[in-house]
Write a protein that binds this ligand. Structure first.
Ligand code: PLP
Length: 453
C-alpha cells in the first residue's frame, strides 16, 4: 500500500514539476502504466502484467533492457573509482571505445568524438563539415529526423517540430530521399558542406532506399566536394543486421553518427566517427585541441557502457540474429496481414520494420477513416498503438513523421515466440479495425478525452 501511494505521489510530482502534458497524454492513451522491472524484451508492470517491448525506446535497447553483463560492467567501473570527469587526463576507455568503433565502421573512419546525445553529435558534425569544406550550406532529406536542438532541427523539414522555434540555421535545403537527380541539382551549386542522411529513414516511415542510392550519393558528394554524413542514430549498432546500415549499401561515409543503442540503454553516449581529414580540419593545433568539446563526452561510465554494449552485441551475435529474425518477422507479417485492405506494405531491414497503412477503399471503412483524419491525422495510428498496448500488452509506436506507419523494432534479443505473440497481436488489432465498429467508436472517446485537456 505504501509503495502504491509513493508511486502515485511520484507521478503527481512529475506532473507538478516536469511535464504535465506528457503525463496527461499517456493517461488519455491509457498507457500510463508503472513499471517494476524491465528485462530483455519484457516490461513487468507494478500490477503484475508483462508487456513486450516492440519499440526499444526508438532503437535504444538493441541489447535488451538491463542486460546483466552491461550492468555488471557498470558496477565494476563504479567500484574501481577510477578517474571520471577529471577533464585533465587522457581517458583510456575513450581510446579503447573510439578504436573499436572506428574498426567496426571501417573505411577511412579513424577518429571518434564523443558526446551524450544524438542531437549533440549532429551539432558536432555540422561544425566539423563546415570546418572541413569552408562551406556553410547543409543538405538533408525530406521527412528526416536528426534531433531537436536548433542545428539538428534545421535539418528537418517537418513543420510540427520546427514551429515556434525559429529562425533555424540558414542555407539548408531538403531533397526527397532516394532522388539522386534532385540531389545532383543541389550539389552542383557547390554551396553545401554536407549531405546528412539516414541510410534507412526511420521516423519518415521505415524507408529502405533503392540498392544503388547511397553509393551514387557518395560518388556525387565526392565529385562536388560535399561531405557525406550518415545519421546512424537508429540504424547503427546492428539494428539493421550490420554494425552500421552503410555496410548493406557498400558506401564509405565521411562522418557517421551513433547514439541511442551505444548506451546499452543505461548511460547516455553518442559518437561522431570521422576521417582524419575531417578531424584535422578542426583540431589542427595544440591551441585548438579542445576547440569543440562536451563536458560529459568521454566520461568513464558512458565509455564503459559503450564497450560493454559492443561486447554483448558481438558475443551474442545479435547482428546475425537481427538479420535472420527480421526476415522471418516481415515474412510472417506479410502472410498474416495480406488480406487486410488498409495494410499497404510490410517493409524494413534487419530488425527495423514498418507496417505501412493506407486509407481504405470500401465505403463503410472510408467514412470512418476519413472522420478519424478530420479529428487528427495521427488518430488512426494512435488507436492502433493504444489497442496494441491495452488489449495485446505490446508496446509500439507510429513513426514520428509518418502517422501511417507502425514501427516494429524490438530489442535484437527478441525470441521467435515473442515475435509470434506480436504477429498474433497486431493481426487481431488490424482485424478489429476492418471488422468492428468498436475500433472506430473508441476514437470518439479518445478525441473527447483529448479535447477536454
Ligand atoms: C535518426 C536520429 N538522429 C538523431 C536523433 C537525435 O537523438 P537524441 O534524441 O539522442 O538527441 C534521433 C532521435 O530520435 C534520431 O532518430
Amino acid at each position: 500500500m505504501a509503495a502504491v501511494i509513493e508511486a502515485a505521489s511520484a507521478v503527481q510530482t512529475y506532473i507538478d514539476h516536469v511535464n504535465p502534458r506528457w503525463a496527461q497524454l499517456l493517461r488519455v492513451l491509457q498507457m500510463d502504466t508503472e513499471y517494476a522491472l524491465c528485462s530483455g524484451v519484457e516490461l513487468h508492470t507494478t500490477a503484475g502484467d508483462v508487456i513486450l517491448d516492440f519499440l526499444s525506446g526508438y532503437c535504444v535497447h538493441n541489447a535488451g533492457h538491463n542486460h546483466p553483463a552491461i550492468i555488471q560492467a557498470l558496477h565494476r567501473e563504479l567500484d574501481r573509482r577510477g578517474p571520471a570527469m577529471l577533464q585533465s587526463h587522457v581517458p583510456d576507455l575513450a581510446g579503447e571505445l573510439g578504436g573499436r568503433l572506428c574498426r567496426l565502421a571501417g573505411g577511412k573512419l579513424e577518429k571518434a568524438f564523443f558526446a551524450s546525445s544524438g542531437s549533440e553529435s549532429v551539432e558536432a558534425a555540422i561544425k566539423f563539415a563546415r570546418a572541413t569544406t569552408g562551406r556553410v550550406g547543409l543538405l538533408h532529406c525530406e521527412g528526416a529526423f536528426h534531433g531537436l536542438t536548433c542545428g539538428a532541427l534545421s535539418l528537418m523539414s517537418d513543420r510540427f517540430w520546427r514551429g515556434r522555434f525559429g529562425p533555424m540555421l540558414g542555407d539548408t535545403a531538403a531533397v526527397p530521399f532516394g532522388d539522386i537527380d534532385a540531389l545532383r541539382e543541389k550539389l552542383r551549386t557547390k554551396n553545401y558542406a554536407a549531405f546528412f542522411v539516414e541510410p534507412v529513414q526511420s521516423e519518415a516511415g521505415i524507408i529502405v532506399p533503392p540498392p544503388q542510392y547511397l553509393s551514387e550519393v557518395k560518388e556525387l558528394c565526392s565529385r562536388f566536394g560535399t561531405l557525406l554524413v550518415l545519421d546512424e542514430v537508429q540504424t547503427g549498432l546492428y539494428r539493421t543486421g550490420k554494425f552500421i546500415a552503410a555496410h548493406h549499401f557498400n558506401v564509405e561515409p565521411d562522418i557517421v553518427i551513433l547514439a541511442k543503442a551505444l548506451s546499452g540503454g543505461l548511460v547516455p553516449v553518442s559518437a561522431v566517427l570521422m576521417t582524419d581529414r575531417v578531424y584535422n580540419s578542426v583540431f589542427d593545433s595544440l591551441k585548438r585541441s579542445i576547440v569543440h568539446t562536451s563536458t560529459f563526452g568521454e566520461n568513464a561510465l558512458a565509455m564503459r557502457a559503450g564497450l560493454a554494449t559492443l561486447d554483448v552485441l558481438q558475443r551474442e551475435d545479435l547482428g546475425v540474429q537481427a538479420l535472420e529474425m527480421g526476415v522471418r518477422l516481415r515474412h510472417r507479417l506479410q502472410e498474416e496481414l495480406r488480406d487486410y485492405e488498409m495494410v499497404a506494405e510490410v517493409r524494413g531491414l534487419g530488425m527495423l520494420s514498418g507496417i505501412a497503412f493506407r486509407p481504405p477503399k470500401s465505403l463503410g471503412l472510408r467514412v470512418a477513416f476519413e472522420s478519424f483524419q478530420c479529428i487528427h491525422p495521427a488518430m488512426f495510428g494512435q488507436v492502433i498503438v493504444m489497442r496494441m498496448f491495452r488489449d495485446q500488452r505490446l508496446l509500439t509506436q507510429m513513426c514520428g513523421n509518418n502517422f501511417m506507419v507502425l514501427k516494429v523494432a524490438p530489442p535484437l534479443v527478441v525470441s521467435e515466440e515473442q515475435i509470434g505473440t506480436f504477429v498474433t497481436g497486431i493481426r487481431q488489432v488490424i482485424h478489429l479495425a476492418h471488422h468492428s465498429a468498436e475500433f472506430w467508436t473508441e476514437a470518439v472517446g479518445l478525441a473527447k478525452r483529448t479535447v477536454n485537456i
